[in-house]
Design a protein around this ligand. Structure first.
Ligand code: ZN
Length: 78
C-alpha cells in the first residue's frame, strides 16, 4: 500500500473530483453547441418579406411559405 498523508489524500481527491467536473462540463458544452448549430441551420430568414420559418430538409434553396420566393439557407439562420 502506498503511504499517503491526509493532506495529500485531500489534494488528490479534490484534483480528481475537479477534473471529472471539468470533463463533464466540456462534454456537455460540445453537445450543446452541436445541438444549437442544428437548430440554427433549420431556421431560415426570408429576405423578401422578412418572415422567419423552419425547414428540416437538406436542400440549399428553400421556398418561403408566406411570399413563395426562394431563399438560400445560411449557416447562421439569418
Ligand atoms: Zn418570404
Amino acid at each position: 500500500m502506498i503511504p499517503i498523508t491526509l493532506s495529500w489524500f485531500v489534494c488528490v481527491y479534490l484534483a480528481l473530483f475537479l477534473a471529472g467536473v471539468l470533463i463533464l462540463w466540456i462534454g456537455y458544452e460540445i453537445i450543446r453547441k452541436r445541438h444549437a448549430n442544428i437548430i440554427s441551420r433549420n431556421r431560415v430568414f426570408c429576405r423578401i418579406c422578412s418572415s422567419r420559418y423552419t425547414d428540416g430538409s437538406t436542400a440549399d434553396l428553400l421556398r418561403c411559405p408566406v411570399c413563395d420566393s426562394l431563399n438560400e439557407r445560411s449557416a447562421s439562420g439569418r
